[in-house]
Design a binder for this molecule. Sequence first.
Ligand SMILES: Cc1cc2nc3c(=O)[nH]c(=O)nc-3n(C[C@H](O)[C@H](O)[C@H](O)COP(=O)(O)OP(=O)(O)OC[C@H]3O[C@@H](n4cnc5c(N)ncnc54)[C@H](O)[C@@H]3O)c2cc1C
Length: 600
Amino acid sequence: MAEKFASRRNIDFLISEVFDVVSLNRFPYFKDHDEETFKMILDTAMKISADMMFPYFKEMDVNPPYWENGKVHVCKKAMVPFLKEMGEGGWIQAEKPYHIGGQQLPLAIKDLAYFLFGAANYSMHVYQMLTAGAANLIYQFGTQEMKDLYLEKMYSGKWQGTMALTEPDVGSSLGDLTTTAQPTDQGYYLIKGQKIFISAGNSDAADNVIHLMIARLKNGQVGVPGISLFVVPENRINENDELEYNDVQCGGIEHKLGYKGSPIVQLTMGEENNCRGWLVGEQGKGLAQMFKMMNEERVNVGIGAISKISGAYYAALEYALQRKQGRKPDQKDPAMPMVDLIEHADIKRMLLFQKAVMEGSLALATQISLYQDLVTVEENAEENEMLADFLIPVLKTYPSEMGILATSAAIQIHGGYGFCGDFPVEQYYRDIRIDPIHEGTTGIQGQDILGRKVSLKKGKAFELYVNEVEKTIAQAKAYPELGKQTDSLQVAVQLMKDLTAELIAKKARITNEAFLADAVLYLEFMSQIAIAWQWLKLMIASVRALKSEPSDQDKAFYQGKIFTGRYFFDYELIKIHSLAIRLRSDDKVTVEMTREYFAD
Ligand SMILES: Cc1cc2nc3c(=O)[nH]c(=O)nc-3n(C[C@H](O)[C@H](O)[C@H](O)COP(=O)(O)OP(=O)(O)OC[C@H]3O[C@@H](n4cnc5c(N)ncnc54)[C@H](O)[C@@H]3O)c2cc1C
């Protein structure tokens, strides 16, 4: 099996040469960190990934968790020490303030560490990632009593956290959920209902599971205003500080295509009318509050997809460097030795595609984390929050959707061997397939960006984003060697402005259904431009570095970036022009097609 799943060097390039993450220490909140501490933290993350996680990558796929007598049994020999390490190392709450045990670490660093964890073994990483998100909701909206009860146990990795939204008949349409919460005069609510597909929702690697669950107040309003957020522990804590059964029953787990090391469970609450939940934050604000966790997890899903592309890319690269097959088209002599696969232009095309999607997306992830870090220190907080929120659907979706193609290309490079279990690429391909589905499907992300975010606050977020891209274009003009890419991005930004204005103007004349019918195509269009923007940044940093006479090894590294950037602009960004043709079209084929016409 391939040994390399991610590039540590690329991460140093991002934090020091592209984004200058260390300059965040100008703010008191981050003042204790410098480049050395960042590198140490990332080295530790790499070591945990390589030593504790990657060795179980395949084993957890082949021997997935199983359900027996109401309990889910996971790979304890991997999970118990890993969760302990996550807790003791402070990874779960690393970005939080010192006074609650955090390290005041920039998200830009934490997210890159999470990228490494995901590349080594996403199924393992997801347990602590969900605990972090659930604990953060309690931290942000919970009462002091709740914080005292749960946070320390969750941050230490002893108690698992989940997000419990989905029900058998309610997935994307969360406003229709049916799980109920009946108020009592004891300060808690009685929860009744069923949830499905709850990741890490039961596990024998944790002493308790804390569900952050949305439910509808009994006899309350219909739709979104009727939904509130509750903390529903698997086992509640009684007056003697002991764990006591809370009537949350795990009825089984699903058998999945991939991402098998992490169970998704069915939960039934209140069979014995004894499931207690405690309101988190305000009544009726459940979905809005839950969106805080969902946004965090959408970033995590995007980063997780990049992780899987990375693992598959390094496996494909290693294979392409070793496998000999055929000769170059101009080598006609059959007595000549066969060449390594990597000598073939078509193989290089596929590797460039994977590298372009992966590294461009990772740069975008870092960009978004940095906006969020500026929100933490209240630096132009409103603008930076808008920028991050605007780009989250892109980060959630682009690597998830393109990752299916990228991991497929990794299989293709392996030929028939790629389709077989001896090589890791088929697993990455199966593992990534969930990413366009969970945490809001691609369809929902498309509707979010076109239906909501482009016109939010009279288009302010869109305007801020355009300014950001134009700033990079202005910087790139100092580098004539990047003239072609700079011009292409400028044309793309103009097209983005024109097309978006046209679509918004058209909205007034057409039905909402027609307006949103191609929202996913609009998201793809926006994604290509966002990744091109990041590639221009990566190319600027590389051109700069090449001027300072780097070592031969570094020279190859930077040239690799420039070639991959050239690939992205020439093979990927150009797709926006065909997308724009369709987005401008008035032919409403998908709206007008009827169910009857699907008849055979
Ligand atoms: C491995 C895995 C892990 C998961 N983890 C969790 C978890 O931890 N917690 C949790 O609560 N849930 C979890 N889920 C559930 C997941 O979030 C849902 O599967 C997802 O939100 C989609 O809901 P659904 O499956 O009901 O599909 P549906 O909502 O039925 O969607 C089916 C299709 O219809 C489309 N569609 C739906 N509504 C519309 C619309 N209005 N307009 C246009 N198209 C539409 C969707 O885009 C999709 O393509 C997980 C699921 C899986 C498989």
